[in-house]
Design a protein around this ligand. Sequence first.
Ligand code: UFG
Length: 328
Amino acid sequence: MILVVGGAGYIGSHSVRELLDQQYQVVVLDNLSTGHRDAVDSRAVFVEGNLGDLEVLNHVFSTYQIEAVMHFAANSLVGESVINPLKYYQNNVSATLTLLEVMLQHDVKKFIFSSTAATYGIPNVDLITEGTETNPINPYGQSKLMVEKVIHDCHLAYGLSYVVLRYFNAAGAHVTGEIGEDHTPESHLIPIILQHLLGQRENITVFGDDYSTHDGTCIRDYIHITDLAEAHILSLKSLLENNQLTETYNLGNGQGYSVKEIIEMCEKVTGIKANVIIGDRRPGDPASLIASSEKIYNNLHWKTKYNLEEIIQTAWNWHKNNPIGFQK
Ligand code: UFG
C-alpha cells in the first residue's frame, strides 16, 4: 500500500484520486488541520492523526504493508511563516523527522517529498532548473529545503530512496468537479479571483504593478493539479523500480503568466468582468518564477496536459458548484 501523509489537502487529495484510479491501494494519514475529510476518496483507508505522533505512525506502519510514502502534509503560507517561523520548523521539519524515523524503523525506504519553488528564493535566471542555486527568503522555503537535505543524508546513511518534487503554482481542480481547492483563509490568486467573480469578494487586489515584467505584475508558472498528481505517480513507479533513487524535479508548465493575464483569462473563462484594485507589493514576492521541467520530462516522460485556460476552467467548475468548498 502507499501511505499518503496529508492526503486530505489540495494536492494530496488529487494525488490520492490518481493513485486509486491507477489501481494502487492507499492509506491516508491527515490531521484535518487544513485538509477536508470529504476530499479523501472513499476507496482509500483514512487515519486521522498527526505525522509527528509516534503512536499513530507505529500503528499505521504495523497495520498496513506500506511500500512507499508520499508526504504532502505541511503548512505552506509564506507570510505566516515569517511571523511564526517556529510553527513551520515544528510542523514541516520536526514532524517530518519523526515520520522518517518511524518509516526507517519499519524498513520502508521509498519516499516522495513535496517541496516548493520557494526553495529558490529570488533566482537570477529566467528559467529555473534543478541546478539553479537554492536560497530561500522565508522560513517556509527554508523548512522545505532543510527537509530536502535531511532526506539526502538519510539516503547516504540508511539507503533511503527518494524523489523530491518542487512545485511551482498548483492550480485548477479535478475534471469531474468532485474535488478542488478549499483553503481558509484563501491566499492563492486564482481561487481569489474566482471567488470575486462569484460575488463572494468585492474586488481583487493586484499586489504591485511596478515589477520589472512586461506589464509590471508578477509572473508565475501555473500547473494543473492533476498534472502534478501524475508526476507523483511516475515518480512512485520509478521509486518502486529503483532502490537507490535520489532525484529532485521541478514541476511547472515552463510558461509564465502575469497576475493581469491570469485575471484576463478568468474573465474570459467565466464571461464576467472583474473589479481590480492595484495595491502595494506583497513582501517576499519574486518578480518572476518559471520552471524548466525538462529533467522530469527526459527522465520520466512526464508532460503537462492542461493549459492555462483548462486550469482556470476546471477551477471555475469547482468553485461554481461548491461555492463554500467542502462545507455542507
Ligand atoms: N496575488 C495578487 N493578489 C492576490 C493574491 C495573489 O496579486 O490577492 C499575486 C501574488 O502577489 C503573486 C501571484 O499573485 O504574484 C501568485 O500568488 P499566490 O499566492 O497564488 O502564489 P505564490 O506564487 O505566492 O505562492 C506559491 C505557493 C507557495 C510557494 C510559492 C513559491 O502557493 O506555497 O509559490 O514562491 F511558497
